[in-house]
Design a protein. Structure first.
Length: 403
């Protein structure tokens, strides 16, 4: 029986891949981003902006009086909670659980954050209001990047999929640290002390191996409220709360994994798309060509597309040559280059950091969105094309790793 791929299988492979788990969340983000751009540039643009930015009610104690703030400071705390669960699981029992496994992803992620930031600063310069956006091109979007990779089906070596996932996870750790350190202002000691007490209580529950989720969830909500009013961005509470969840309960049940599996679909298919729809819309009628080609969007786009691929590819090459860590198994250099380019997709975290970098400046936030969308789109298209051209289907006799 001939198992070689037929023309029809080749033609319809991308269509089938749309429904694969790797691709679906990323495709949904593409659709959501397009819908937001259409809404912001349609006759409904006034209603679109009013929906998210008009005051809902006066709630000074919560500091959240618009739907946009509830999404960015409230719903996104759940997204960061899921990120924290994933990081903890991978660091303790997963692909980052040993020093040898961490070396290459940590090195690649660090270079993939530093080089885009340097390119950004070299374009916008130092000592001006734009400098604060240096971290925008430093983030990789896991769902978007894995979604594009999923469109290629099983042509890409499994080791490269795992590498992209682990780099994105380490990248998320870096982004969380950047938000906590560089986008925090006006600290309120009383709220921080109270937050520390709550974290201590959650840690005590962890040490006692409490197997019920309810106490952790209740204390996590209290922690979110305290951090929201402390001057630290509220989403950091999500990560901290996640790190206090026990890996296993008294009956050796996998608490972190169960909670992650319960929340991950809600995060990927509801929270992140809602965030994307609320934040990706840019009204081009008020910007013009000069705004699109301004230093800020160009710096972000260049940082994502050029900085990410240069930083990550160079880190892998150096690690291999210096015998610090081997490159991903069964992957050639063109494939590694393609995956490095895909790391330039920075949708969710980049949009989020853009909102934090330029508070109160709608013009700069919109320019940052343009740069993020432009850099992410170019990275997705070029990365996909390069991987499509350099990878070989497992059923192809030319594939040295076919089963």
């Amino acid at each position: 029986m001939n198992d070689r791929p037929t023309p029809l299988r080749v033609v319809f492979a991308p269509v089938r891949a749309l429904f694969d788990s790797d691709a679906s969340a990323g495709i949904l983000l593409i659709v959501v981003a397009a819908a937001a751009m259409l809404a912001a540039n349609s006759p409904l643009h006034t209603e679109y902006h009013a929906l998210f930015h008009d005051a809902l009610f006066s709630a000074a104690i919560f500091k959240l009086n618009t739907l946009h703030l509830w999404i960015n400071d409230g719903l996104m705390a759940i997204f960061f909670f899921v990120v924290g669960l994933e990081v903890k699981r991978e660091w303790i029992e997963g692909q980052l659980s040993s020093p040898s496994q961490r070396r290459l992803p940590v090195l690649a992620a660090a270079a993939g954050m530093a080089i885009p930031a340097l390119i950004y600063v070299s374009i916008v310069g130092l000592g001006n209001p734009l400098t604060g956006g240096w971290a925008i091109p430093a983030a990789t979007d896991i769902a978007f990047a894995m979604g594009v990779l999923g469109l290629l089906g099983n042509r890409v070596p499994a080791s490269l999929r795992l590498f992209l996932l682990t780099v994105a996870i380490v990248d998320d750790i870096g982004a969380v640290l950047v938000i906590a350190v560089f986008y925090t202002s006006g600290l309120k000691l009383g709220y921080l002390v109270a937050a520390a007490v709550v974290v201590g209580l959650m840690y005590a529950l962890n040490r006692a191996k409490v197997s019920r989720f309810e106490p952790f969830i209740l204390l996590a909500l209290v922690l979110w409220f305290l951090v929201l009013n402390s001057g630290v961005h509220a989403t950091i509470a999500g990560v901290v709360a996640a790190l206090t969840i026990p890996m296993r309960g008294k009956d050796d049940d996998t608490m972190v994994e169960r909670m992650e599996h319960s929340l991950a679909p809600w995060s990927a298919y509801l929270i992140v798309p809602v965030f994307g729809f609320a934040n990706a819309g840019v009204d081009f009628s008020t910007m013009g060509l000069d705004g699109i080609l301004a230093p800020l969007p160009l710096a972000i786009a260049a940082g994502l597309f050029l900085g990410k691929q240069v930083g990550i590819f160079a880190a892998i090459w150096a690690a291999e040559k210096l015998r610090f860590a081997p490159r991903p198994d069964q992957a050639n250099w063109p494939e590694i280059w393609g995956v490095s380019i895909l790391c330039g997709i920075g949708f969710t975290m980049s949009l989020f950091i853009g909102e934090l970098a330029f508070p109160g400046s709608r013009e700069l936030i919109d320019e940052a969105k343009i740069g993020t969308l432009l850099g992410s789109l170019i990275s997705a298209l070029v990365g996909f094309v390069i991987l499509r051209m350099t990878t070989i289907h497992p059923d192809d006799p030319r594939n040295p790793y076919r089963q």
